[in-house]
Write a protein that binds this ligand. Structure first.
Ligand SMILES: Nc1ncnc2c1ncn2[C@@H]1O[C@H](COP(=O)(O)OP(=O)(O)O)[C@@H](O)[C@H]1O
Ligand SMILES: [Mg+2]
Length: 228
């Protein structure tokens, strides 16, 4: 065979191999997306937008949190850090995180918004023998093919060794790839560290580097409505 022909065959084989890999990747992605849709992740927060966030009579901290959230959504993807909303229950943390998610989705960015418990349930569903995805593939769905991941209510989950390892893997992958994350939590960094168990220090220290900390305070909106 002449050199040209050998080279031609070699390149065709390489191209074929590449096409097969691409196809497999797409197939995995669509399986992961189906699972995500089925889990309801990404669809429970449609009404929580900046427009429905009432800025009258807010505590200065909550107003500041609103401004930071709004600016983040306006500037994205030109943002240096992600955001970590922290504060007591009912103060609007999830609402603000959801408002950012909605705004980014309207600008056609891909966003996964999930309560930490739902995210863990989805990852754990891959341990079943008939699962079409491996745990690592599921984790990559949250970290690699998405413009931003929102983890709602970090620290609410039962801190088993497995759940903290999964959370660590997700956060560490985003950290290493310098991808942004939004987190909400009711807990201070010290409490969160303890709650997350063995990997608590590693998780919280990465989050401290990856995120701007945004305190939200004020009355519990749920109770306020209840009292009316
Ligand atoms: N400033 C606000 N304007 C309008 N609704 C709000 C505001 N803050 C909170 N809420 C509503 O109050 C409820 C509790 O807020 P949420 O964001 O879930 O609290 P957190 O996540 O801090 O516990 C939600 O229904 C939310 O939409
Ligand atoms: Mg919340």
């Amino acid at each position: 065979m002449n050199d040209e022909l050998t080279e031609y065959i070699r390149r065709s084989i390489a191209q074929n191999e590449k096409n097969v890999q691409e196809m497999l990747k797409k197939e995995k992605q669509s399986k992961a997306m189906k699972l995500l849709n089925k889990s309801g992740l990404g669809s429970r927060f449609a009404k929580r937008t900046f427009e429905t966030f009432d800025t009258a009579n807010l505590s200065p901290e909550a107003l500041n949190a609103y401004k930071i959230a709004y600016e983040f959504a306006t500037r994205f993807p030109n943002v240096e850090k992600g955001l970590l909303f922290t504060g007591p229950v009912g103060t609007g943390k999830t609402h603000l995180a959801a408002a950012i998610a909605n705004e980014l989705i309207s600008k056609l960015y891909s966003v996964i918004f999930g309560n930490v418990i739902d995210i863990l349930t989805l990852v754990k569903s891959t341990y079943r023998r008939d699962s079409e995805l491996t745990e690592a593939e599921m984790i990559r769905t949250f970290t690699d093919n998405v413009d931003i991941l929102v983890i709602d209510d970090l620290g609410k989950e039962n801190a088993t060794e497995n759940s903290t390892t999964v959370i660590y893997q997700i956060i560490n992958r985003l950290y290493e790839n310098e991808r942004p994350i939004i987190v909400t939590t009711n807990f201070s960094s010290a409490v969160l560290r303890k709650k997350l168990g063995e990997k608590g220090d590693a998780i919280v220290s990465r989050l401290a580097e990856m995120c701007e900390f945004v305190k939200v305070s004020g009355e519990d909106w749920r109770l306020k409505r209840w009292a009316q």
